[in-house]
Design a protein around this ligand. Structure first.
Ligand code: HEM
Ligand SMILES: [Ca+2]
Ligand SMILES: [Ca+2]
Length: 332
């Protein structure tokens, strides 16, 4: 079978991976599976390419999954552990409100990629690494940059609901709160603005921005920093009461399936959907970054790749501190 992805040029392959020859901070490396599973990138890409073509919603779902994994206890596939259900047992990360509506599409895609990898290199490649690769594919297949993914993460031995609270940003977080949540992961304002650009693809449920449409901070008026036409359009999908809990709207009103820098132009035009998105343009600390990335797609791509590399390195587990699961939703 042919390689499903256009082969990246040498420069694209190394884009954003600074100091390749310098020792890696977290012991991750590009050729971690060089001897044990050299084709891992391609095996995963075979699955993701087909999957994202048949189910475009799976792409953003996987990208978001990676974010929710890395921000809670590091990039260790802790998010993938399935809830035990009513049969008692400890509550896992997915039992928490923040993770409740993560789409099944995302989890399925990772399981499918994992199964394909297991059939070629059994017991070798962690679910955490497969999630990192699949997230990269989601970006590239939507028209975003290709970047090399460092590997060597181990999977967690636990997934604890209690670790979620306070670790993830919220739709109504202020810039102060966003900066604090990111700083706790070793990420700065530049990372916050670049990674928020992931909202150039994907969808949001009404509950995350309903207040902005009808009752902004108790004023009973819409958020003055949302374009009146967008307020009107979003109200169609999201009535104040009696709407469907399942209804979603695209984050990016102009190119919802295209991984581009339109997100930042939208923020400048008051077309941000979440309060946390729009706030990046309203705050003096992050506004210059929004302008910078909005002006230049190549610059956004470089910044995004560099920040994904940093996010993908959060608290990586090595050696006996972790496991390599066979099925990503279950511990060994
Ligand atoms: C900066 C703080 C962030 C906040 C407050 C935030 C919040 C949200 C919210 C509320 C949703 C909608 C979920 C739903 O209704 O189903 C969402 C979706 C999404 N987020 Fe974020 N997010 C943030 C950062 C990130 C980062 C760092 C990434 C990845 C690099 C990311 C990728 C995504 C994607 C791709 C979706 C769409 C998911 C889908 O369509 O299934 N977000 N985010
Ligand atoms: Ca995790
Ligand atoms: Ca877009």
């Amino acid at each position: 079978r042919e390689a499903p992805l256009p082969l990246p040029s040498a420069s694209a392959r190394t884009a954003g991976v600074a100091n390749r020859r310098a020792p890696e901070r977290h012991g991750l490396s590009l050729d971690f599976y060089g001897k044990t599973c050299p084709a891992v990138d391609h095996i995963v890409a075979n699955v993701t390419t087909e999957r994202f073509r048949d189910h475009p919603a799976a792409g953003p779902a996987v990208l978001r999954l990676f974010h929710h994994d890395c921000f809670v206890e590091g990039c260790d596939a802790s998010i993938l552990i399935a809830p035990a259900g009513k049969a008692a047992g400890e509550k896992v990360e997915r039992d928490m409100e923040e993770n409740r509506n993560l789409p099944q599409y995302g989890f399925e895609t990772v399981e499918m990629a994992k199964a394909a990898v297991e059939s070629k290199c059994p017991g070798v490649v962690s679910c955490a690494d497969i999630l990192a690769l699949a997230a990269r594919d989601a970006v590239q297949l939507a028209g975003g940059p290709y970047y090399a993914v460092k590997k060597g993460r181990k999977d967690s031995k636990v997934s604890l609901a209690g670790k979620v609270r306070g670790s993830l940003p919220h739709a109504n977080s202020t810039v102060d709160e966003l900066l604090r949540v990111f700083a706790a992961k070793g990420l700065g304002a530049a990372d916050l603005v670049a990674l928020s650009g992931a909202h150039t693809i994907g969808f949001a449920h009404c509950a995350h921005f309903l207040g902005r449409l009808y009752d902004f901070r108790g004023t009973r008026r819409p958020d003055p920093f949302m374009d009146a036409r967008l307020v009107k359009a979003l109200r169609m999908t999201c009535p104040y009461t009696g709407g469907s809990a399942r209804a979603v709207v695209p984050f990016d009103v102009s190119t919802p399936f295209q991984f581009d820098h339109a997100y930042y132009a939208n923020l400048q035009a008051r077309l941000g959907v979440l309060g946390s998105d729009q706030a990046l343009f309203l705050d003096a600390r992050t506004r210059p970054l929004v302008l910078e990335l909005g002006a230049d797609k190549a610059r956004f791509f470089r910044a995004f790749v560099a920040s994904m590399d940093r996010m993908g390195s959060i608290r990586v587990k090595k050696g006996k501190k972790g496991e390599v699961r066979k099925i990503c939703s279950h511990h060994l």
